[in-house]
Design a protein around this ligand. Sequence first.
Ligand SMILES: Nc1ncnc2c1ncn2[C@@H]1O[C@H](COP(=O)(O)OP(=O)(O)OP(=O)(O)O)[C@@H](O)[C@H]1O
Length: 319
Amino acid sequence: MTHADVTVIFNPRAGGNKQRFLFQILQHAGVKVELLQTTHPGHARELARKVRAHQRLFVAGGDGSLNEALNGLLDAQIEGHEVPPLGVIPLGTANVLAVEVGLARKAKAIADYINNPGQVWIRPGLVNGRAFFLMVGMGADADTVANVSLKLKRLIGKGAYVLEGLRNIVFPRHRDFEVNIGRENYRVAGVVVTHAQHYGGEFVISPTAKLTDNAFEVVMMPGNGIGALSRYGLALTLNRLHEQSDVSVVRTERLTITSHCGPAPMQIDGESAGKLPCEISLSPYPVRLMVPQAYADIHNGSNEGTTVSSQPMLQIAAD
Ligand SMILES: Nc1ncnc2c1ncn2[C@@H]1O[C@H](COP(=O)(O)OP(=O)(O)OP(=O)(O)O)[C@@H](O)[C@H]1O
């Protein structure tokens, strides 16, 4: 593969403008890239849709931009096109996907990864037809993402989420959701449907979740008062949320969630997007995610039928 085969979609608004860091990375990598800069929300989706399959496509931004590019690939797949492998140059505020695949936020490490990426096949999630890599949440986390001040986020980064999260714990909104998984119904106040172990950065929300698995883990929290929400918040920072006696974690590849408290917001891969009700399933269109070699070695080994160069042997149900 020649260096000219690399396309980078750059969100100049991610994590404050990190253009200098991006140029440092590209200089380390010594690659000639086609650099496409976004000019508005949703632009990464439009740009990714047009990138051809022989390219390697990297998104220089946060999880929100990566999600947009993933949806651009989905658009192209629905139109019948083959799509390029997708990777991340982590420039965002939290960058959960980079944490999940073990990509350090250091110029040299990222440059090595750009030059020599491993690959894993992933079936992304679909929520009401929109693709996601990491997770969908509703309850206190979605309320936090929906109400976080963008000005404060630009000033203090992740701290803005902590402050807004605390406000949602002290002044919780009434939340009452019904989660349907097979024949089981759960009545809860907060849900995170996750395909990844990590959440909000380095916190572990579900240690057994895996991007390469054809299943999500549904983390359900019934408590809605200040006591329960602060306990969940503290447990999350100690990576022990899943161990709380009132928290249920259920593995599934399909579920629906409805609201008994009006049109509650959802967060999708860390961005506020849409409202309940929702239907969540696995996408019938797998994508190649470029990851550090170490992650590919571990996960291709445990994901039978998946190799770097060939199509995965997936049983894909017609949705
Ligand atoms: N040129 C632009 N101007 C304004 N907003 C943009 C532009 N390009 C992309 N966006 C929007 O910026 C939002 C945030 O982007 P992104 O997720 O990449 O960064 P972040 O929020 O800092 O990182 P993270 O999601 O990891 O916390 C996305 O929802 C995207 O639609």
